[in-house]
Design a protein around this ligand. Structure first.
Ligand code: FDA
Length: 316
């Protein structure tokens, strides 16, 4: 119930303005977001890499409003790829991005023309970013957004993988379709980040009970671990982390053939514990000014975060 309310609030422009202008928001945001600039993201990345972790840098921004914003996003990502190379971090730091930031959601928008156009625009811009990432020696993983974008996202990733085989995608265990998607991707040898899923979805397409989502996560994980791709286990859930370790061993996987992933600011002690055990652990580090929807999804994941947030608001 609380999760649903917070995810609804994520769409509210009024609340967005109210929260963004509240002075204590800064402290709360910085728990989950590196800062507003590329330099902030890179500074956090450098520290994490020094601590033995890998990183995925995400420039915050989604649902652009027109073509010029989509182009600006692509330009910013090309600059990010170059900055990662210049910082000497290309081996440890990859890039995450959302196709809605490249115009995938622009259907019906005057700036793009025909209904098929947003998909072509997003693909073309994504291709430019993948080329820049490849030239810089780093990789790209495409985040997954709400279920209305899943088909397009997987189709674009499949197309990009022909040219850039290291391109990764995300599968959300809460979607009923995900088991079939995992089979296809595991067979294709893809890099796949498996997570539970963070959006507000109807019961027709998604499992809504926690235990159902967890059970589907385990089913998807089994397929990915047994497949020929590179599973990226994106969860903070201790039970699923333990299950993933056992499955990797059972599948005869070496520690360099899969990785764990967690969000910046969430369970840093567990990240270090896994590193000490010799696991590859990648931290997803967002930076940029468009932090509101990202922050709301993090609050929705854990009621204690809401209390933390309200305490911070009330303390000033
Ligand atoms: P769960 O929510 O059950 O949490 C398990 C435990 O982890 C909690 O009890 C708590 O201790 C801790 N925890 C989890 N979230 C927390 C938080 N926000 N603050 C504090 N503690 C927290 N989703 C999506 O739809 N599309 C995507 O592309 C991605 N990408 C992505 C990348 C990476 C690297 C990660 C780790 C996650 C995503 N997600 C995502 C988000 C994902 O779908 C999911 O919402 C969160 O990871 C929370 O789910 P858990 O698996 O951690 O389990």
């Amino acid at each position: 119930m609380l999760r649903r309310l917070i995810l609804e609030a994520a769409d509210s422009q009024t609340l967005r303005r109210l929260i963004a202008t509240a002075p204590p928001t800064r402290a709360v945001v910085h728990r989950f977001v590196a800062g507003t600039e590329v330099a902030d993201g890179l500074a956090v990345a450098r520290q994490l890499v020094a601590d033995g972790l890998l990183v995925s840098l995400d420039r915050l921004g989604e649902q652009v409003r027109d073509l010029s914003q989509a182009r600006a996003t692509a330009e910013a990502y090309r600059e990010l790829a170059a900055a990662i190379e210049q910082a000497g971090l290309a081996a440890e730091v990859e890039i995450s991005l959302k196709l809605s930031a490249l115009g995938l959601g622009l259907a019906g928008n005057a700036s793009v023309g025909s209904p098929e156009e947003p998909r072509r625009v997003a693909l073309d811009l994504a291709r430019e970013i993948c080329a820049a990432a490849q030239a810089a020696g780093t990789m790209v993983t495409f985040d997954m957004e709400d279920h209305t974008t899943t088909d397009d996202t997987l189709a674009i990733v499949a197309e990009l993988r022909r040219e850039f085989p290291s391109v990764g995608c995300v599968i959300q265990a809460y979607l009923r379709r995900s088991l079939a998607d995992c089979r296809e991707l595991a067979e294709a040898g893809a890099r796949v980040r498996l997570c539970k899923g963070a959006y507000r979805e109807p019961a027709e397409v998604a499992f809504t009970r926690r235990h159902e989502v967890d059970r589907n996560f385990v089913r998807c994980l089994r397929i990915l671990m047994r497949g020929s791709g590179y599973p990226m286990v994106a969860t903070h859930d201790p039970r699923l982390i333990a299950i993933a370790s056992v499955m990797a061993t059972q599948a005869g996987r070496g520690k360099d053939t899969y990785e764990f992933q967690m969000l910046y600011g969430v369970r840093p002690d567990e990240q270090q514990r896994l590193v000490r055990r010799g696991e590859r652990v990648r931290v997803y580090v967002p930076y940029g000014g468009q932090w509101y929807p990202y922050l709301m999804r993090r609050l929705a994941e854990r009621p204690a975060n809401v209390a933390f947030f309200l305490r911070a608001l009330g303390s000033k």
